[in-house]
Design a protein around this ligand. Sequence first.
Ligand SMILES: Cc1cc2nc3c(=O)[nH]c(=O)nc-3n(C[C@H](O)[C@H](O)[C@H](O)COP(=O)(O)OP(=O)(O)OC[C@H]3O[C@@H](n4cnc5c(N)ncnc54)[C@H](O)[C@@H]3O)c2cc1C
Length: 470
Amino acid sequence: MPHIMEVDVAIIGAGTAGLNALRQIKAAGQSFVLIERGELGTMCARTGCIPSKAVLHASEIMRSWAEAEGAGPVGRVTENANRLWRAARATRDESARGMAKETLELAGERLIRGDARVVGPTDIQVDGRLIRARAIVIATGSAAVVPDKWKALGNGILTTDSLFDLDTLPATMGLVGLGAIGLEMGVALSRLGVRVTGADQSNVVGGISDPTIADVARQHFEHDMTMWLGESVDIERNSAGRFELVSGGPSPGRTEVECVLVALGRHSSLPELELHNAGIEVDQHGNVPFDPQTMRIGDSNFYLAGDVSSARPLQHEAADEGSIAGWNAVAHESNVGFRRRVPLSIAFTDPDFAAVGCAFDKLAAGTLVAEGSADTNARSSIAGQNDNVVRLYVEPGSGRLLGAALFAGAGEHLAHLLAWAVQRGDTVAELLRVPFYHPTVEEIIQTALHDAASKLNFPRRLDLASSGHQ
Ligand SMILES: Cc1cc2nc3c(=O)[nH]c(=O)nc-3n(C[C@H](O)[C@H](O)[C@H](O)COP(=O)(O)OP(=O)(O)OC[C@H]3O[C@@H](n4cnc5c(N)ncnc54)[C@H](O)[C@@H]3O)c2cc1C
């Protein structure tokens, strides 16, 4: 019988979610272990948010150079691009090192390195060690989806887990999957001078549910890279050992590429944990029912946090879910339900695309859709951002803002303003009274609000509240 280590809370996974859970448990002074089988430093810092945005930043610099000086000789372009790529990697390395250090400081000797498996309702096994915990937070994240037959093609089949380890940029790259992450990387790489051929079996890029925004995004990014849309593709190795992206769609074609980035999404790591040993069944998609307000799985001892639940696979949501799970693991007998923040997702493709609040495909029938665009926006004209567009979803009776979608330069900032307005429950009338500076992209929101006001049949209007004086 191995020695059993007993703690109040065991956390599996030292990513964003696990670390936020840990902060709650430490603040409550409870005993804990933090179990991690991979490299420290979190996915966000090592292979997710930080490197992807660092590479997008590099690609922005490259684009500005090209605009200022013209493309320049190929050799110099490649040299500059590789220098920027290495700078992005250095940013990533520094960020990951910082997170790894923070993890060690937070967990101290309570960090256990190894692969955890659930062996009972309160028990976890880590490479032969047995840990018993009153409550267990599962924060084990996700893994990139790569079909086995593509994995078998060997080096050169990349995911975002391996992309940022490339020392130099390839001249050509295939990209399978044009969701938000695929699109971000395709745009970044092509602006860094890589010839990218991107493919997706859907006709919609970026997973954008608003059809107007989806159309604008597709048309815009077709200028950045070749896109094969609405066609399933295969990857093959030709007789010269090079990769070929092969279209099986209506316009059959093949193109030779140096490597292929597979961006087909990520699957939960939950099935690996053998939760059935605790009487919890995980479905074929790797999901298990849980309460998103408490993060608890039924009335079990287990809490989910972060990408492992597949519900809101974003960094700020992983942080929230870790905090909620940690809070409730501490107060295991008296869970608290927490209100979740308004949904907010942003792709940093410059122009960015973003969705806020209720998604277009979830809107109730009769929801009013209002629009503002670059057509009447001076700042968009100045910046040459003629595709900028903001769409607002408004509740007809109350005039309350329910959600929004947009495609715009500096769209990340517009998306935040709109998310804050949705969460506050602001109405069109209230939002029309806040200041809009001229000339700014924010004025597109003002135009969209005016459109909403006219569709709401507001009477003769002045966008200022009365001071009360006669
Ligand atoms: C390319 C890319 C770009 C992204 N960009 C953004 C962005 O711009 N903004 C944003 O909000 N989100 C972004 N995301 C998503 C964001 O990175 C994730 O939502 C977040 O990092 C998830 O954190 P997590 O704690 O759930 O998982 P992770 O950080 O993956 O942590 C899970 C940990 O569990 C460990 N583990 C797994 N199984 C076991 C086991 N059995 N035993 C022990 N340890 C185990 C793993 O090794 C891992 O360290 C991006 C993701 C990707 C891939």
